[in-house]
Design a protein around this ligand. Structure first.
Ligand code: BES
Ligand code: MN
Ligand code: ZN
Length: 480
């Protein structure tokens, strides 16, 4: 998408006019023709600026269309409301055959993050996952290629980079299990590394054995596609901080021998979203040139039932020597994360953030639009929640202190069991992960089960992978 500054000589197909309710009484600068028709619609109350409302006005000439976009009341209209409204309006604009659009924004100046909102929305608007669909006669490609605006600042470029990072994650997360398995994740990581100048190290099965990564090996043992632990490094000179981001990369979660019922198994291609997000974050960090040393870990395996699968009752040993009694092979995410958290801890980073589609329990507790945040450090939690608020990606802080649930981690035969009772399942999983984070490291765990995929298009989110988590993490890292 090409974004340029608007000037009077520019010809465009569509004019987008985002208006708060209060703006309807006091319209911004517009050509006489456009002002005439907008005033008329406003006077008839066909358009009032109500949030979520949108009116298309066909015109004869240039612009061919005027789109009125309601932003709601001024008091409630944040930069995120602008971002979401613009993203859906631009998407509609592109689908309705407009090749170029002029977005009028100068009347909204004063919003912190206005340029960012516009840049991100512009970067997002055309994305769909349709590579497997026939492009027949009825196929209408997204037409929009040029967007102009009367507000032009550095935030636009940052917003575009954020959008690109998220699209990168989505593009891989949307792929089915027959196209992406652990070795493919490693190839994708390597090509990202080549593109962005990152270091990429891949541990294959043999290396995982040599490194005592018993959790990753156990989970991967049932699949003909062996597991991988992938480590990407972005290391600028004189970095201010060192952080590690760890993503769960189960390329398909059938449940293993504790096989999932049919309806639960469907959508489990999305169980690699944490790892895909780490790829997106690494791309974002590199393209923004952030001054932070960032280590990205993708802990990848395919959880399948077979004669070589790990079993219920098995006792495995994680990289830090802790033994785990398996009581459910479907609680596999925490096992691949266990080893990866050990490896990340060994680098002695200031902060570790992990992201995982970890528990159905978290989705039950918080719904499909809000992720769970578990954190052993109040300052870190505060910063992450501030980033989440600023970038419009909601989280809810969950408890990490619970003596009773901690007690249920104990096994009669090993140091830990991998799953507990159904109640409090998300907290159990977080407490399990905590056993693999070295003491003294500030750590945050994001449970993104449920928010990883959208069943239908919703505001800024297209149907399919959401890349939920990328925006918040990038914003947090950018602020270090
Ligand atoms: N990948 C699933 C969790 C999940 C559920 C993600 C729904 C997205 C949507 C995870 O590996 C899993 O199977 N968790 C089990 C844990 C249980 C066996 C302790 C669950 O949540 O039921
Ligand atoms: Mn599972
Ligand atoms: Zn899983």
């Amino acid at each position: 998408m090409q974004i340029s500054r608007y000037d009077d000589s520019v010809k465009f197909d569509a004019l987008l006019l985002p208006l708060r309710e209060e703006d309807c009484a006091n319209l911004p600068d517009l050509s006489d023709e456009v002002r005439g028709i907008v005033s008329y619609l406003v006077s008839r109350r066909d358009f009032t600026g109500k949030k979520g409302s949108a009116v298309r006005v066909p015109m004869s000439g240039s612009p061919a269309n005027v789109y009125l976009i309601g932003l709601g009341r001024k008091a409630k209209c944040t930069a995120n409301v602008v971002r979401e409204s613009l993203a859906s309006a631009l998407r509609t604009t592109g689908r309705q055959h407009n090749k170029s659009a002029y977005v009028v924004l100068s009347h909204l100046k004063g919003y912190d993050g206005l340029g960012f909102a516009f840049g991100e929305a512009s970067g997002f608007c055309g994305y769909v996952f349709d590579k497997y669909k026939a492009k027949g006669d009825d196929y209408e490609p997204f037409a929009l290629t040029h967007i102009y605006s009367d507000v032009f600042d550095d935030g636009i470029n940052t917003g575009l980079k954020f959008a690109e990072a998220q699209i990168y994650s989505r593009e891989i997360a949307n792929e089915p299990g027959c196209a992406v398995w652990p070795a493919v994740m490693a190839e994708k990581a390597q090509s990202l590394a080549d593109e962005c100048g990152l270091k990429c190290e891949v541990w294959d099965e043999e290396r995982l054995r040599a490194e005592n990564a018993g959790g990753i090996l156990a989970v991967g043992s049932g699949s003909k596609n062996p597991p991988r632990l992938i480590h990407l490094t972005y290391k600028p000179e004189n970095a201010a901080k060192k952080i590690a981001v760890v993503g769960k990369g189960i390329t398909f979660d059938s449940g293993g021998l504790n096989i999932k019922p049919d309806s639960y198994m469907l959508t489990m291609k999305g169980d690699k979203t944490g790892a895909c997000n780490v790829l997106g974050i690494m791309k974002g960090v590199a393209s923004l040139g952030l001054n932070v040393e960032v280590h990205g870990f993708l802990t990848c395996a395919e959880n399948m039932p077979s004669g070589s699968s790990y079993r219920p009752d098995d006792i495995i040993t994680a990289r830090n020597g802790k033994t785990i009694e398996i009581n459910n092979t479907d609680a596999e995410g925490r096992l691949v994360l266990a080893d990866a958290l050990c490896v990340a801890s060994e680098l002695k980073p200031d902060v570790i953030i992990d992201m995982a589609t970890l528990t159905g329990a978290c989705a039950v507790a918080l719904g499909k639009y809000r992720a769970g945040l578990f954190c052993n450090d109040d300052e870190l939690a505060g910063k992450i929640l501030a980033s989440s608020e600023r970038r419009g990606e909601p989280y809810w802080r969950m408890p990490l202190e619970d003596e009773n649930i901690a007690e249920s981690l104990k096994s009669p035969y090993a140091d830990l069991v991998n799953s507990g009772e159904r109640y409090g399942g998300a907290i159990f999983a977080a407490l399990f992960l905590k056993e693999f984070v070295a003491d003294g490291i500030a750590w945050a765990h994001m449970d993104i089960a449920g928010v990883d995929f959208n069943d239908k298009e919703r505001g800024i989110y297209p149907k399919g992978a959401s890349a939920f988590g990328v925006r918040t993490c990038l914003d947090y890292i950018a602020g270090l």
